[in-house]
Write a protein that binds this ligand. Structure first.
Ligand code: PLP
Length: 453
C-alpha cells in the first residue's frame, strides 16, 4: 500500500500560503478571513467545536471522486463495477455513501464485512479480498450472500468449495493472479520471481492450475481474474503492461479450457498528490488506459470483452481528508531543527514512520500567511520516530495554533492504533457548511471495553 515516492528535494521555507496548496486539499477548500475553510466551514471553528485531533473529510470530494470513476470507466464500456476499496477508509456512513453512489465495495476481513452489513450495503455488490481468509470469515461471507470472493490460494479454494457445498450454495469467485508486473510510482518492474504473498503466480503454471481446479470444483463458479499491481501509481503504462499480461493469460485459459473470463478486476492503485511536486494521472486518463486497454487487448486475441472492475481506495478519499491538530509545544534546536509537537501522532498517522510518507502541512488559523520556516511536526508518543511530517514548510507556529496535515483521508484512520492508550480521533464529514460525527472520538471507556478486571 505504500510504495516509495520520488526522491524529494530538501525542504525550504517556500513562502506558500494555503491558497497555493489547493492541489493536495479537498476540492471545496478555500482561504477566507485568514483561515482554511472546507466545504463552506471554517476549520478553525470546527477544531474549537469538535476538539482536536480530528479527521475532517469533505463529503463533496468523496462523492465527486466516485462519480469520476463511474463516469470515465463506463464512458468506454458500460459494464464496469467501480469497487471502493474499504481498507483506505471505512465507516458505516462511508459504506452508505458508496451504496448511494451506486458503487461496489471491497472488504478484506470479517470486520469490514460487518461494517458493510451494519450499513445495509447490498451484499451482491461486495467483493471479498484477503490472502488468508479464515474459515469463519468464509462462512460469514457465504451466509451474508456476498457477490464475489477473490480466492487467493488453493487451500482457500478447497475450503470455500466445501463450505458452499455443505450449505447448498454456489459462490461466484475470481482468482487473484500475480501478473509479474510490479508498479513503482513512475514505472513498472517485470518480476520474474513473482515474489508475493498474494494470489497465484503464472510461473510454474500455478495460475492455470488454479483456474482448472476452480472450474471443476463444486460450490464455486469461476467468473474471472483479479490483479492488483501496487499503490500510489503515477505511471499509467504500468497498468497497460499488466493488462497486456493478464489478457494474454485470458487467451491461454480459453485455449486450454474453452472457458472465457467473464469478469476482469484490475485492482486499485491510482496515485494522488500528497505533496506539491506530485502530478498524478487523472481518473479520466486512467479510465481510458484501463478500460480501452482491456478492450483493445481482447480484440487483439479475439476474446469477448468481459465485465470489468476497478478498485480505487486512496484516490477516492485521500485528498478529501485533512487531520486537524493543536500545537502543544515548540522546540527549536539551534542549527538542527524545530520540532512542533501536536496532540496526535503515529497512532493516527502511521504512514510517515512506516513508509517515510510525506505530507503538506499548514496552520489553519494562519492560512493566508506564507510558510516562512521549515519544521518537523512531531507526535506525542514515546518513540523518537513518532513524526507526522518531516521537514515541513510551515507558517510561523505558536502554541494553540491549529495545524492541518493535508491528504490524510486514506490509510490514516484505517491504520490507526491506541498506542500509549491514546484515544483515536473521531472523523467528521463536512457538507454544505456544517459537520457531523461519522465516527466519534474514543473515550477512556472505549479503551477499556475489552478489559477484564
Ligand atoms: C486488492 C486491493 N484492491 C484495491 C486496493 C486499493 O488500492 P489504492 O488505495 O491504492 O487504490 C488495494 C490496496 O492495497 C488492494 O490490496
Amino acid at each position: 500500500m505504500g510504495r516509495p515516492s520520488a526522491p524529494r528535494p530538501p525542504a525550504v521555507p517556500d513562502q506558500k500560503t494555503a491558497a497555493d496548496l489547493m492541489a493536495v486539499l479537498p476540492m471545496t477548500a478555500e482561504v477566507k478571513d485568514g483561515h482554511l475553510w472546507i466545504g463552506g466551514l471554517d476549520t478553525v471553528a470546527l477544531a474549537a467545536e469538535a476538539g482536536t485531533a480530528v479527521y475532517a473529510m469533505d463529503e463533496a470530494t468523496i462523492r465527486h471522486q466516485l462519480q469520476e470513476y463511474v463516469r470515465w470507466t463506463t464512458y468506454h464500456w458500460p459494464h464496469v463495477d467501480v469497487v471502493y476499496a474499504g481498507k483506505a477508509f471505512m465507516s458505516v456512513t462511508m459504506c452508505k455513501l458508496v451504496a448511494e453512489e451506486g458503487c461496489c465495495l471491497d472488504v478484506s476481513s470479517g470486520g469490514e464485512l460487518a461494517f458493510a452489513l451494519r450499513a445495509g450495503f447490498p451484499m451482491e455488490r461486495i467483493y471479498v479480498h484477503g490472502n488468508n481468509k479464515t474459515p469463519s470469515e468464509l462462512i460469514e461471507c457465504l451466509e451474508a450472500g456476498v457477490g464475489r470472493i477473490v480466492v487467493d490460494s488453493f487451500e482457500e479454494m478447497e475450503r470455500l468449495s466445501a463450505l458452499a457445498v455443505e450449505r447448498g450454495l454456489t459462490q461466484d469467485i475470481l482468482l487473484r493472479v500475480t501478473p509479474g508486473v510490479e508498479a513503482d510510482t513512475h514505472d513498472f518492474i517485470m518480476t520474474g520471481a513473482e515474489d508475493s504473498k498474494f494470489g497465484f503466480g503464472r510461473n510454474q503454471g500455478l495460475a492455470m492450475q488454479a483456474v482448472k481446479r476452480a472450474i471443476e470444483l463444486p460450490g464455486i463458479e469461476f467468473q474471472g481474474l483479479h490483479m492488483h499491481i501496487g499503490s500510489q501509481i503515477f505511471a499509467l503504462h504500468s497498468f497497460a503492461k499488466a493488462i497486456e499480461v493478464i489478457v494474454e493469460f485470458m487467451r491461454e485459459i480459453k485455449d486450454e479450457t474453452g472457458v472465457e473470463v467473464r469478469l476482469l478486476d484490475t485492482g486499485g492503485g491510482l496515485g494522488i498528490a500528497y505533496g506539491l511536486p506530485d502530478e498524478p494521472s487523472t481518473i479520466q486518463d486512467y479510465g481510458k488506459v484501463v478500460v480501452d486497454g482491456i478492450k483493445a487487448e481482447c480484440e487483439r486475441w479475439g476474446l469477448s470483452v468481459p465485465r470489468m472492475a476497478v478498485e480505487p481506495g486512496r484516490s477516492i478519499v485521500a485528498n478529501a481528508g485533512v487531520t486537524l491538530y493543536t500545537v502543544g509545544s515548540i522546540k527549536e534546536i539551534a542549527n538542527i531543527r524545530t520540532y512542533v509537537a501536536v496532540d496526535g501522532g503515529m497512532s493516527d498517522n502511521i504512514r510517515t514512520s512506516l513508509y517515510d510518507a510525506h505530507y503538506e502541512a499548514l496552520l489553519a488559523n494562519k492560512a493566508d500567511q506564507p510558510r516562512v520556516m521549515v519544521a518537523t511536526v512531531a507526535g506525542k508518543h514515546c518513540e523518537s520516530g513518532d513524526i507526522v511530517v518531516n521537514d515541513a514548510p510551515l507558517q510561523c507556529p505558536e502554541v494553540g495554533d491549529i495545524l492541518c496535515v493535508c491528504a490524510t483521508g486514506a490509510y490514516c484512520q484505517s491504520m490507526s492504533s491506541n498506542y500509549n492508550k491514546q484515544v483515536r480521533p473521531g472523523v467528521v464529514f463536512i457538507r454544505d457548511g456544517s459537520w457531523r460525527w461519522v465516527v466519534r472520538r474514543e473515550t477512556y471507556d472505549d479503551l477499556m471495553k475489552c478489559e477484564e478486571d
